[in-house]
Design a protein around this ligand. Structure first.
Ligand code: AMP
Length: 231
């Protein structure tokens, strides 16, 4: 059945089932029970904690209490929550905790479905990573290709972007996938339903085999109603 904005609930459920089902070798944890009620107990870099508090966050939101640590432990993660619950800072903090700051090569690639969202993510990544001196760049359409090439060639730790421009940068070899160890899809449900699937497959094939995957998805309307009904 099709839900909000042509969203195909059944296809989404099938996709999630496919993603999370084990083949006998994979150990998929569908319920993560470790909860940290403060940022201090998450064992984060001191300079990441400084960035989080300087940004104005005092207490982690529910998804941050559960989502930052598995990221930092290097697990593949699917985080599923409604919009506005703090998913962006969850994967930004997880990525910032996992980078090697001595190495000025792209180690994390974050894809978002729109330019605005990619730029918002870049702002959060820069702000939380301010004291870590993270180098983050947003590769989105509508901006100078030359400038993107120049910045990427000078060295960045994280690239956030929309599929078209990121693909262009990979094709021009301005973005080298060799050091990418985290591949994160924000609003993965939206990206997959917007027909970016082939590009996403190309990106994930470029990344090294040990690359960690992170999907951030919104709860679809039916699931939200189910959740509300259960309260
Ligand atoms: P998001 O779901 O990532 O778009 O975040 C929604 C809003 O919640 C943004 O304005 C964030 O700055 C804010 N936010 C996220 N995490 C926290 C937190 N731990 N404390 C206060 N505000 C937060």
């Amino acid at each position: 059945m099709s839900g909000e904005g042509g969203f195909d609930d059944a296809a989404y459920d099938r996709g999630m089932e496919e993603l999370t089902k084990g083949d006998g070798e994979d150990n998929v944890i569908t319920e993560w029970t470790e909860v940290h009620e403060t940022f201090d107990t998450m064992n984060l870099h001191e300079n990441l904690l400084r960035g989080i508090y300087a940004y104005g966050f005092e207490k982690p939101s529910a998804i941050q209490q559960r989502g930052i640590v598995p990221f930092a432990k290097g697990l593949d993660v699917i985080q599923q929550a409604q919009s506005g619950t703090g998913k962006t800072a969850t994967f930004c903090a997880g990525i910032l905790q996992s980078l090697n700051y001595e190495l000025e090569e792209c180690q994390a690639l974050v894809l978002a479905p729109t330019r605005e969202l990619a730029q918002q993510i870049e702002n959060v990544m820069r702000a939380l990573g301010d004291y870590l001196q993270v180098k983050c760049h947003a590769c989105v359409g509508g901006t100078s290709v030359r400038e993107d090439q120049r910045i990427l060639q000078a060295g960045v730790h994280v690239v956030v972007g929309t599929p078209g421009r990121v693909y262009d940068m990979l094709r021009r070899r301005a973005l080298k996938p060799d050091s990418i160890k985290i591949f994160s899809l924000d609003e993965a449900d939206e990206m997959l339903s917007r027909g970016f699937k082939d590009q996403i497959t190309t990106f994930s094939n470029c990344c090294r085999q040990s690359c960690k995957l992170a999907f951030s998805v919104r709860l679809c309307r039916r699931k939200r109603w189910k959740l509300l009904a259960s309260l």
